[in-house]
Structures are given as structure tokens and as C-alpha cells.
Write a protein that binds this ligand. Structure first.
Ligand code: 5AD
Ligand code: SF4
Length: 472
């Protein structure tokens, strides 16, 4: 089994799984417990599911043993993610043996591919719901209560859940994710997402603006606009002008100068000068771009159907640095894609160095059933070679991350305080515009999460900046 995902920021908010609070225990007749795996999109979808379930009389619980309904929001992107979910389902099945009225459901990306296995062959679950069918959950729960196997994995060309107000789960009350589009049309050959999440569609900009403004009114100070490929956001409706991603970004930035705006994920082929100019123009649009490279070899990029070459990617990085010299850039890299040679691998290392990434998510190639790569190419790089190459990529990134942090020594950053540091009650943890985690002593200042503060960096590790408050 091949899998490593290396995250370089150690206080980063991403978690493998979470369970929400029990909100207002008297209001609800039944309890649900939800765990999310994979990308931020899944975490964001769980908040939509929570909203739908609240409407049906289900309150959230943090403890699965108290739940009447257990849901796993699953990810298919790599084999390891699927194995983790299977293990968890087996544990929950044991619980069901002692409590037959308990309902267990699988949501998200594994639903379509494994629906019959889960429901019929292995009898692991009662409900299977795909990412575009969450509105059907109430109906499916009723069917499952009646002893039927309940399934809806239909993908949609329209569904964006635009009108559903997500229930913020496990939120720090300061930063929130706002989904702006769903699905992906890119068909990168290694990727299962176009099959599990369907065609790309953009959410009505008015509903996005409303959600962001409401978050700001509720005290949130940062929104991250989410989509598989945010740069191809394009909302058009009859009788009004179409809205591009650059325009949407500006509209959100104008809600308030005190509301920070981030976005994820960009595709290098789609991020436009318009977007870069808009970022440069507004102080509150964070100077940070996640720009997945995947491979530094033009030949491999072609096999991956990424629609850019090594040179084109380099020109994009240069353009970003030209318009925003202080912009943070991070990447996703896959080691050992089909037919990758040592020379291709060296191209990747070399392009990482050129790009001077602040952070990367790094993976072994994991062949996924049904993808174009699985149908067209042999997964022919031996496991030990994939491992060794990934290790070299990780070492390269570790060096780049440390260098990037060392470059910040002596500089002062405006930091949004997110909360107390996980490691010390006496320290705050926040982020710079460049998305770097900064930890600093609270001292005697009267500050709270959600405040902006200027922090001068005086030390660092590879993962974190350490600093002290500067009084203006
Ligand atoms: N194997 C390994 N990594 C993958 N990714 C997507 N599909 C695969 C796969 N089959 C990585 C890509 C993508 C990130 C979200 O996951 O780097 O950008
Ligand atoms: Fe997958 Fe490529 Fe779409 Fe990202 S852009 S979700 S890697 S197909």
C-alpha cells in the first residue's frame, strides 16, 4: 500500500475527522454523528448535511455512542482514504449489532463506486448518498427506518445547495469555508473527482455574498472560497451579467476590509491576470495561492492531461511574483506517476526549487478505478521507487519550507488571531496573509481570537514562525 501525504504546517486546521457539538439538546428528538474525510470540500458538505438534518429534528452529537444516525463523509482520492473509511465502518457495524435501530450512512465520494458493496455484499451500511443528493437524506432516513436499503447517488448538473445555510461544525468562530462551485471538468487522468463529484457548476454569486456577509456579521474574520477549480468559476443567469472568479473575489473583498478572503484550489491553466490584479489591489485578499504542480516534467504533465508545460508553469510563478512579490505559493506533487523516469523526477525536484514553495502536499501515485490513467496506462513505477522519489520530494520541500521561514526572520506581519496555541496556553496562534502559522506570546495585551495584531518574527522552525507582538 502506497501513501504519504505530508503537511508542512503543524498547527494547520485540517483534521482527518471531526464530530460537531450537540447544539441545543432540547430542540431535537434524535441525534446524528458525522465524521469527514478528505478535502475541505467534504468538510464543507458536512455542514450542509448538518443543516438539512437539523431541519429534520436531528441534533448533532460529538459522541458516536449517543447517536441514532452515524454518517461518514468519505473520500476516494487515494486508496488509503478508502481503507480508513472501511475500517471505521466495521467498528460502527459492531455497535449496530447491540443497537439495531442505529442507522449508518455513507456520504460523499465513495458512495457511487461502492454502493452495492456497502449495501448488499458487505451489509455495512443502511444509507448511501452521493455528493449531489443530500437533499434526499430525510426521505432516505425514512426508508432506512422502515428497514429498506436507502440509496441515492445521482449526480446533478445544477445542484449547488445555494439556498442552504451551512451549520458551522467544530468552528473556531473566526475562519469559515464557503463553497462557490462543485464538480470538476478537467479530467486530470489520475483523478477520480470528475467521476465522484460530476460536472462543474458555479453557485449563484448573490447567495455566496449573502453567506459571507452573514459570517462577517456573526464575528467571522476570514472566508475561504472553495471549489475544485475556483478559477473557472463563472455564474450566468438570464437577464444579468455573468460573474467571473476575479469579479466574485472583488465583491467578497468589498464586504469589509476587516474580512480576509482566501480561495482554494487554483488550476495553473485557469488562474488569470485579472485574478492576480484583483488580489494585488485588495489588502484583505490574502497573498497566498495554492497552485498544484503535480509533476515538473512536460511529458508527464501531458500524460496527466494537465494542459500546461513546465515552461508555462514557470512563467505563471514568475508572473505571480512580479505582481505580488510577497505572495506565498504552495503545491501538490505526485511521485511515481505512470512511466515516470529518473529524469522526469529530477524535473519535478528542479521545478520545486525554481518555485520556492512555502509548503506542499506530497503523495505517491495511487491508481484509482475508473480514471483515465487506470484505463490507459500501466501503473509501472515500482513501489520502492515511488517511495524513494517521494522521500526526495519531501526532503526538497522541507529545505524550501525552512528557507522560506528563515527569510521571514526580522519581518513584521499582520496576523489574524485564530486561538490559543495548541502547545501553550500562554501563546496565541494566528496566520499571516501568506497563510503561514505564527505563534507568539499573549503577554499582557487585551486581545482575543478574531483580532488583528502585528507580529515581528524572531525565530522559526520548518513548520512555524515564532514572534512577538509589535505595538504600532
Ligand atoms: N494519486 C495520488 N495523488 C492524487 N491526487 C489526486 N489523485 C491522486 C492519485 N490518484 C492528489 C493531487 C491533487 C490532490 C488533491 O490529490 O495532487 O491535487
Ligand atoms: Fe482532480 Fe484535476 Fe479536477 Fe483537481 S483539477 S479535482 S486534480 S481532475
Amino acid at each position: 500500500m502506497l501513501e504519504i501525504a505530508t503537511k508542512v504546517h503543524d498547527e494547520a486546521r485540517q483534521g482527518e475527522a471531526f464530530a460537531p457539538f450537540a447544539n441545543d439538546p432540547n430542540k431535537y428528538q434524535r441525534r446524528f454523528y458525522i465524521e469527514s474525510y478528505g478535502c475541505q470540500m467534504n468538510f464543507s458538505d458536512s455542514e450542509i448535511v448538518a443543516s438539512i438534518l437539523n431541519g429534520e429534528g436531528f441534533g448533532a452529537t460529538r459522541n458516536f455512542e449517543d447517536a441514532d444516525l452515524i454518517l461518514l463523509n468519505t473520500c476516494s482520492i487515494r486508496e488509503k482514504a478508502e481503507q480508513t473509511v472501511r475500517k471505521r465502518l466495521t467498528e460502527f457495524k459492531k455497535l449496530k449489532q447491540s443497537r439495531p435501530s442505529l442507522l449508518i450512512g455513507v456520504l460523499g465520494c465513495m458512495a457511487e463506486r461502492l454502493k452495492s458493496k456497502f449495501l448488499e455484499e458487505e451489509k455495512l451500511v443502511d444509507i448511501v448518498v452521493g455528493p449531489d443528493a443530500y437533499r434526499a437524506l430525510p426521505q432516505l432516513i425514512t426508508e432506512a427506518d422502515g428497514g429498506q436499503k436507502a440509496v441515492n447517488v445521482l449526480l446533478s448538473r445544477e445542484e449547488t445547495y445555494a439556498d442552504i445555510s451551512p451549520v458551522r461544525l467544530n468552528s473556531n468562530g473566526i475562519t469559515a469555508f464557503v463553497s462557490i462551485m462543485r464538480g470538476c471538468n478537467n479530467m486530470c487522468t489520475f483523478c477520480v473527482v470528475p467521476f465522484t463529484r460530476g460536472r462543474e457548476r458555479s453557485r449563484d454569486h448573490q447567495s455566496i455574498l449573502k453567506e459571507c456577509a452573514e459570517l462577517f456579521e456573526a464575528g467571522y474574520k476570514e472566508v475561504t472560497l472553495l471549489g475544485q477549480n475556483v478559477d473557472s468559476y463563472y455564474y450566468s443567469s438570464e437577464g444579468s451579467q455573468p460573474v467571473t472568479f476575479a469579479q466574485l473575489l472583488e465583491m467578497v473583498a468589498l464586504i469589509s476590509p476587516d474580512l480576509r478572503v482566501r480561495f482554494s484550489t487554483s488550476h495553473p491553466k485557469d488562474i488569470t491576470d485579472d485574478v492576480l490584479h484583483t488580489m494585488a489591489k485588495h489588502e484583505n485578499i490574502c497573498k497566498y495561492i495554492h497552485l498544484p504542480l503535480q509533476s515538473g516534467s512536460t511529458r508527464v504533465l501531458q500524460l496527466m492531461n494537465r494542459s500546461y508545460s513546465r515552461e508555462w508553469y514557470k512563467a505563471k510563478v514568475e508572473r505571480i511574483r512580479e505582481l505580488m512579490p510577497d505572495c506565498g505559493i504552495s503545491s501538490d506533487i505526485i511521485a511515481g506517476f505512470c512511466t515516470e523516469t529518473e529524469e522526469d523526477h529530477q524535473d519535478t525536484l528542479n521545478l520545486m526549487e525554481f518555485s520556492q514553495y512555502d509548503m506542499s502536499y506530497m503523495f505517491f501515485y495511487s491508481e484509482r478505478p475508473g480514471t483515465l490513467a487506470q484505463r490507459r496506462y500501466a501503473d509501472d513505477v515500482p513501489e520502492e521507487v515511488k517511495k524513494r522519489r517521494l522521500q526526495e520530494i519531501v526532503e526538497m520541500q522541507n529545505g524550501l519550507s525552512l528557507k522560506s521561514n528563515q527569510n521571514d526572520l526580522g519581518k513584521t506581519f499582520k496576523v489574524l488571531i485564530e486561538g490559543t496555541s495548541k502547545r501553550s496556553e500562554l501563546h496565541w496562534m494566528g496566520r499571516s496573509s501568506q497563510n503561514k502559522v505564527i505563534v507568539f506570546a499573549k503577554e499582557s495585551y487585551d486581545l482575543k481570537p478574531g483580532d488583528y495584531v502585528h507580529v515581528k518574527v524572531n525565530d522559526c522552525t520548518q513548520a512555524t514562525l515564532l514572534g512577538e507582538i509589535v505595538v504600532n
